[in-house]
Ligand binder design. Structure first.
Ligand code: HEC
Length: 485
């Protein structure tokens, strides 16, 4: 009871921080109530908030000093409690809760939240002056090479554009990529980027002869090269892996960067998006690549939506607040590719999505894998897209094999109450919500899970070769489901 009184006294009297700090020695030992700015709260805010909330950061106001945090503390707690800050939309829900946690999960623990709450209730005690830790870096570390187009693309009009650039990493031998960061030059127009690898061979030679290096060309939604290295979406962290798992970039291979531009009538908006690469000298245990599942546009993969009459249709009617589409994708025969394990999940929808989940139904339990499990689940916020990496040992990552079914469900709110519907209407000059169908435009929707996949790397040879076999089966699934419309 004495403890409560102390908190009340601070709150009611509105005492200065130092006064409450002095009182805190009366609080029970070890309780969050003793929390001070320097000892407890600053490290939490530095670790979870300051990477964006700093001068020149992407957040609208800094939270780097005591005064700013005191001023915003109630708002901060509110945003944390409703799960909006720090932005991270993975959710553990009764219907779908993944077996593993996520790497770099920035959410506060219950203890952190209690500490912050108690500190606010105690009147923001300062504590003993100490250095505030540096916020975690959000840029790729150990960059080996940066590739930049030689010529920018200048967007125009209001139709979305798909522009490719052939980039040359200049490898003279096989290199293992463990980090990649796409850095948009003009983030008002860059909607997403897909990086593929084109190994040496006929396709490579024709591409380089026809397009040159670093020059923009229109490529539609079919990116050359079907080994997908990375998919970048706004808000994404850099792709970073340990040296145990890496993407093989073959000697002489080129990378193709396909950018989906959303010009939105911005006149003369040049963009030369850069790609940072980090190569590792270590021979990895597994190879990493990307495969997308979803965007099914018809039965049998697409199940009837909540607003369909008769045949399944990917259609989100105007005015419906909780429309759902579900698709079930059976993993085909993967040929020689065995021991395939998911490594990460990068959900993708467009503006008006609210929720996306993916489950797997295996033909049987396998090794450490249960028969059925939730692979990824979360709220959807177009502004905070990211790749979620499983925090699991490589040999325990969820496996997939022929005959397994990936079950994906997406939800949308196509009413005027959804601020993203308002944004879409504004971008497309509409006066009311419209029926939304599957497609690439910003006024279309998607329901896609872009999984990071991994297979065993070949044994390390005595001498590093120029080339190894790249699996392409998953690339084909991706391209097929996007283009069959
Ligand atoms: C990844 C970047 C990022 C991180 C990390 C982050 N924020 Fe934010 N925050 C933003 C941005 C950007 C906005 C502006 C609103 C928006 O875009 O959602 C914002 C807005 C806010 C707002 C104002 C919300 C409103 O609508 O009034 C509060 C309060 C806030 N953040 C608190 C926090 C706290 C507390 C943390 C740490 C626990 C945190 N943020 C971590 C980027 C971030």
């Amino acid at each position: 009871m004495r403890f409560t009184k102390i908190l009340l006294a601070c709150g009611l009297a509105g005492l200065g921080a130092a006064a409450c700090g002095n009182d805190s020695e009366l609080a029970p030992d070890g309780g969050a109530a003793r929390a001070t700015w320097y000892q407890d709260v600053a490290p939490i805010v530095a670790n979870h908030c300051m990477s964006c909330h700093q001068d020149g950061g992407i957040a609208p106001f800094p939270l780097t000093d005591y005064e700013a945090v005191v001023e915003n503390s109630t708002r901060m707690l509110h945003e944390i409690d409703r799960g909006a800050m720090p932005p991270f939309d993975a959710r553990e829900e009764p219907d779908c809760s993944p077996r593993f946690s996520w790497v770099d999960d920035p959410r506060l623990t219950i203890q952190d939240k209690n500490t912050l709450r108690a500190w606010i209730e105690a009147g923001h005690p300062l504590g003993t002056v100490a250095e505030i830790p540096a916020p975690p870096s959000t840029t790729l570390s150990g960059i080996t090479k940066t590739l930049v187009p030689s010529e920018p693309w200048v967007t125009s009009g209001d139709r979305d554009q798909f522009i490719c650039f052939v980039l040359d990493p200049g490898n003279t031998q096989l290199e293992w990529l463990t980090g990649l960061q796409v850095r948009p030059d003009n983030d008002l127009v860059v909607h997403h980027a897909v990086i593929t690898e084109v190994p040496p061979g006929a396709e490579h030679d024709a591409l380089v002869a026809q397009r040159g290096i670093g020059k923009p060309f229109e490529c539609g939604t079919a990116t050359p090269g079907n080994f997908v290295v990375n998919v970048w979406t706004p808000g994404n962290q850099p792709m970073q892996t340990s040296s145990d798992i890496a993407v093989p970039i073959l000697a002489g291979a080129k990378l193709v960067m396909q950018i989906h531009y959303h010009p939105a009538n911005l006149v003369n908006a040049p963009d030369a998006t850069a790609v940072d690469l980090r190569f590792s000298s270590v021979w990895p245990k597994r190879m990493y690549f990307v495969g997308a599942f979803g965007n099914a546009f018809q039965a049998p993969e697409l199940l009837p939506g909540t607003s369909d009459a008769g045949t399944p249709r990917f259609l989100i009617p105007a005015g419906v607040a909780d429309h759902r589409e579900r698709m079930r994708i059976t993993i085909p025969d993967l040929g020689a590719t065995t021991d395939v394990r998911l490594f990460s999940a990068n959900p993708h929808m467009h503006l008006i999505g609210t929720h996306i989940s993916a489950k797997i139904e295996r033909t049987a339990a396998r090794g450490t894998d249960p028969k059925d499990e939730c692979l990824a689940n979360g709220a959807w916020n177009f502004d905070w897209q990211r790749t979620y990496q499983y925090a699991a040992p490589l040999e325990q990552l969820p496996s997939i094999a022929a005959g397994d079914v990936i079950d994906i469900e997406c939800r949308w709110d196509n009413t005027i109450e959804n601020p993203f519907v308002q944004r879409m209407m504004h971008a497309a000059n509409l006066s009311a919500p419209i029926d939304v169908t599957l497609g690439e435009q910003t006024t279309n929707e998607m329901c896609l899970q872009i999984f990071g996949l991994s297979i065993p790397a070949p044994a390390e040879p005595a001498q590093r070769p120029a080339t190894i076999e790249l699996p392409t089966a998953f690339g084909e699934i991706t391209v097929a489901s996007l283009l069959r419309r």
